[in-house]
Design a protein around this ligand. Structure first.
Ligand code: CUA
Length: 655
C-alpha cells in the first residue's frame, strides 16, 4: 500500500496557491447572486421578528460557543465554556472558577471544536449541546434552557481531544477520541519509542437520561494512530461508532511526509454495544487516573470540582469481534454517516475521490471473514468488500460531509475551496459552488441525525481576506449561507463568525425557544451566601477574611457604604440580584480588583474576590445599564491601614 506522496504534495501546494489567489473559482462574488434582491429577502428577518434556526458555532481558539440566528446571521450570544469570559465573569467569579479546574490546575482556555446537540431516537431533542476542548482534553455540556455551561469532564489518557464530541442517537454516550497517541499511563519515555508503545484512547462518556450528568463508562486503548474525527451509526448501524485514523504508519516526526506513506489508513468501526455489554459483565481493567469532573449546580449557582481517580479501560484484544478497520484512502479526515445509517463517508484529505463504505457490506464481510490482514490483533476488512462506491468529485482536499433530507450529501473541499453536492447511492456530482475561501466544516441543521432540516447549508471558511473591510492582519472567519432547497445550491449570505468555528450544530428555533429560562427564582436560590431581602445584608469578618452579603435591585446596592476594611484583607462580595424580571441583570465592578466584573442574572448570587492594596475610599458600581438611574447604582469602600482598629460598619437602605 505504498505510494509516492511527493507528486500529490506538490500538486496540492500548487492547487492551494491557485485556489487562494482571489475570486478565480469560476464565479465572482458579485455574479454569484448575493446581491440579488430575491436572495436579500431570503435572509431578511424583519425588525422584531425571529430567526427560523438557532445555530451553535464552535468558537475554536476562543474556547467558547457562539449562538447565531439563521438565516439572518445575527449573533445572539457567546456562551463561555472553556475560557474565562469577562463579559459575564465566567471563570472569574468564585462560583464558576471550579468549572475550569483540571488535573493540571486551572486551565482558563481551550480550543473548542465540535458541538453536537442531544438526540432522542436519532432526532434533535434540544436539551443540551456538547462540545470538546481539544487542547487539555475535556467535554462540556451546555444547557439549552439556561444557555450556560453546566458540566465539564476532563478526559484522561488523551491528548488533542479532536475526534469528539459526537453523540449516539439516544444520547447514551458522548464520545471523546484522542488525536495524539501518548504513553498510557503517561511515562517518561524516549519519543522514538512511539511505535507500538503509545496508545490512542477512545472514551465513551455516558450521559444520564434525566440530569445529563456525564461519567466515563469506558476507554478503548487503541493502537498508536491519530484519531481524527468520528460519527455515530444510526438506524441499522446504531450501536456502532466510526473513527477516522491517520498516521497508521506510527511516525513520530515529520508527519507531513511520514504519515502520508500508506496509500490507505483506516476508519475504525467500533461496536460499542458489544463493549458496553462486556464491561457491564465485569470486563475491562480499572486503571488509576486523575481527572477533574466539574458540575454547576443550578440551585446554588455554584460549581464544584471533584478529582476522579480511576478509569475503566478496555484492550481491543480482550474482546474479539468488537472492532474492525475499514481501509480508507489518503489520510481521511471527516468521517460522516448518512441519515439512514447505511453509508460511512471517509474524506481522504490527500485525495480527490470520496470513499463511501456500506454498513451492510461491512457486516457481511465480518460474517464471511473477508479480511486483508490485521493491525495489533484488529482485523482489517478487505477494501473492495466494504466499499459502496466512490464519488469522483473533481475537487481537491475533501474534509467534511453533511446531509439533507432528500438523499443528497454535501462535501467541503479545502484546497479547491468549494462545496460539492452529490447523490447518495448513485455517487454522481449534482452541483458545486465556490466558497470564499478554503472551507473547513459545513453544517446543515440536524445534519448529524436521522432527520436533517435541509433548507440551508453553512460553510465555515478558514480564510476571509477580501470578503470584509480589512481589520488589520486578521479578519474574523467568514461563514457563508447557501439555500439548498433547489437542485442547485445558491449562495445567499456572508457573515462573520467569532474565533475559529470547527463545526456547528443548528436546530429549529421552535424546538427550544419557549423553554428558554427567563429568570432564576429568588425563592429557589440555595446559595449559602445569598440574601433574600435587603435587610439581611451584612458584613462579617473572620481574621483578614471579610464577607459582604450584598443585594442589588434597580438602582441600589445594599449595603452601599462599608467602612472598616483594611489593606491585606481578602474581601468577598457575595451579591444577590433581587430582580425577578426577564433580561434585567446587574453588573458589579470594584476598582483595582485583579479579575473581571460580574454580570449577575435575576435571582442569582455571584461572588467577586478583591484584595485591597491601597488606603483610601474606593468606589464600586453597576456595569450594566439597568435603568435611568444606572449611573447612581454605586457605593464606596473605606480602606484603612493594615493595623487600623476601625470596626466594620455599613449602611442599609434609608440609613
Ligand atoms: Cu444595575 Cu446598572
Amino acid at each position: 500500500m505504498k505510494t509516492s506522496i511527493k507528486f500529490s504534495i506538490a500538486a496540492l501546494s500548487a492547487a492551494f496557491f491557485l485556489g487562494s489567489c482571489g475570486n478565480n473559482n469560476g464565479e465572482s462574488s458579485g455574479s454569484n447572486g448575493a446581491l440579488r434582491s430575491s436572495n436579500a429577502e431570503k435572509v431578511y428577518v424583519a425588525p422584531g421578528e425571529y430567526d427560523e434556526f438557532y445555530a451553535f458555532m464552535s468558537g475554536g481558539y476562543s474556547g467558547n460557543l457562539t449562538v447565531y440566528g439563521l438565516p439572518s446571521g445575527r449573533m445572539f450570544k457567546e456562551i463561555p465554556v472553556f475560557s474565562q469570559f469577562p463579559t459575564t465573569g465566567y471563570g472569574y467569579s468564585e462560583e464558576t472558577k471550579p468549572m475550569l479546574n483540571t488535573s493540571f490546575g486551572m486551565v482558563p482556555w481551550d480550543d473548542a471544536h465540535h458541538p453536537d446537540i442531544s438526540q432522542t431516537d436519532g432526532v434533535l431533542d434540544g436539551r443540551w449541546v456538547f462540545i470538546n476542548g481539544n487542547n487539555t482534553p475535556r467535554i462540556a455540556r451546555i444547557s439549552l434552557k439556561t444557555f450556560e455551561t453546566e458540566e465539564i469532564i476532563e478526559v484522561p489518557n488523551s491528548a488533542g481531544n479532536h475526534s469528539s464530541s459526537f453523540i449516539t442517537e439516544n444520547t447514551e454516550y458522548v464520545v471523546a477520541g484522542t488525536r495524539f497517541s501518548v504513553p498510557v499511563p503517561q511515562a517518561d519515555l524516549p519519543i522514538d519509542q512511539y511505535k507500538g508503545n503509545f496508545k490512542g484512547a477512545l472514551s465513551f462518556i455516558s450521559v444520564d437520561k434525566e440530569s445529563g450528568r456525564m461519567d466515563i463508562k469506558f476507554q478503548i486503548l487503541m493502537p498508536g494512530f491519530n484519531y481524527d474525527l468520528s460519527h455515530p451509526g444510526r438506524g441499522e448501524s446504531h450501536g456502532w461508532f466510526f473513527f477516522t485514523t491517520y498516521n497508521t504508519e506510527e511516525a513520530n516526526s515529520l508527519l507531513e511526509v511520514n504519515a502520508s506513506q500508506n496509500d490507505k489508513d483506516f476508519i475504525a468501526a467500533i461496536n460499542w454495544k458489544k463493549i458496553e455489554e462486556y464491561v457491564n459483565n465485569g470486563g475491562g481493567t480499572k486503571m488509576p487516573a486523575n481527572y477533574a469532573h466539574n458540575v454547576y449546580d443550578e440551585h446554588t449557582h455554584t460549581a464544584t470540582s471533584t478529582m476522579k481517580k480511576e478509569v475503566l479501560t478496555v484492550n481491543p484484544a480482550e474482546i474479539p469481534g468488537a472492532i474492525y478497520f475499514l481501509p480508507t484512502p489518503k489520510s481521511p479526515h471527516g468521517c460522516d454517516v448518512d441519515p439512514s445509517g447505511e453509508y460511512i463517508i471517509g474524506n481522504g484529505k490527500l485525495s480527490a475521490d470520496l470513499t463511501v463504505h456500506s454498513f451492510t457490506k461491512m457486516l457481511d464481510a465480518i460474517e464471511n471473514k473477508k479480511f486483508d490482514g490485521e493491525a495489533y490483533g484488529i482485523p482489517i476488512l478487505n477494501y473492495e468488500d466494504v466499499l459502496a462506491g466512490s464519488v469522483k468529485s473533481g475537487g481537491l482536499g475533501p474534509l467534511h460531509t453533511e446531509f439533507d433530507d432528500q438523499g443528497n450529501a454535501y462535501t467541503t473541499f479545502f484546497i479547491s475551496s468549494e462545496v460539492v453536492k452529490w447523490k447518495i447511492g448513485t455517487w454522481e456530482v449534482i452541483d458545486r459552488k465556490p466558497t470564499f475561501y478554503s472551507v473547513g466544516h459545513l453544517m446543515i441543521p440536524g445534519g448529524n441525525s436521522r432527520k436533517p432540516f435541509g433548507k440551508y447549508v453553512v460553510a465555515m471558511n478558514k480564510i476571509t481576506k477580501d470578503r470584509y473591510l480589512p481589520t488589520g492582519p486578521e479578519l474574523e472567519h467568514s461563514a457563508q449561507l447557501y439555500d439548498i432547497t433547489g437542485e442547485k445550491m445558491e449562495l445567499i449570505y456572508d457573515f462573520p463568525t467569532h474565533g475559529e468555528p470547527h463545526y456547528a450544530a443548528a436546530i429549529p428555533a421552535d424546538l427550544i425557544r419557549d423553554k428558554s429560562q427567563k429568570i432564576y427564582r429568588l425563592d429557589e436560590n440555595k446559595h449559602p451566601y445569598a440574601v433574600m431581602s435587603p435587610d439581611q445584608a451584612k458584613v462579617t469578618r473572620n481574621g483578614n477574611e471579610v464577607h459582604i452579603y450584598m443585594s442589588m435591585i434597580r438602582s441600589h446596592f445594599t449595603p452601599d457604604n462599608i467602612e472598616g476594611i483594611k489593606v491585606g484583607d481578602k474581601v468577598y462580595f457575595h451579591i444577590t440580584n433581587h430582580e425577578q424580571d426577564f433580561d434585567v441583570p446587574h453588573g458589579f465592578a470594584m476598582i483595582g480588583a485583579n479579575n473581571s466584573e460580574l454580570l449577575i442574572m435575576p435571582g442569582q448570587t455571584k461572588t467577586l474576590t478583591w484584595e485591597p492594596k491601597q488606603v483610601g475610599v474606593w468606589p464600586f458600581y453597576c456595569t450594566d445599564f439597568c435603568s435611568a438611574l444606572h449611573q447612581e447604582m454605586q457605593g464606596y469602600i473605606r480602606v484603612s491601614p493594615k493595623n487600623s482598629t476601625l470596626d466594620l460598619t455599613w449602611t442599609l437602605d434609608g440609613e
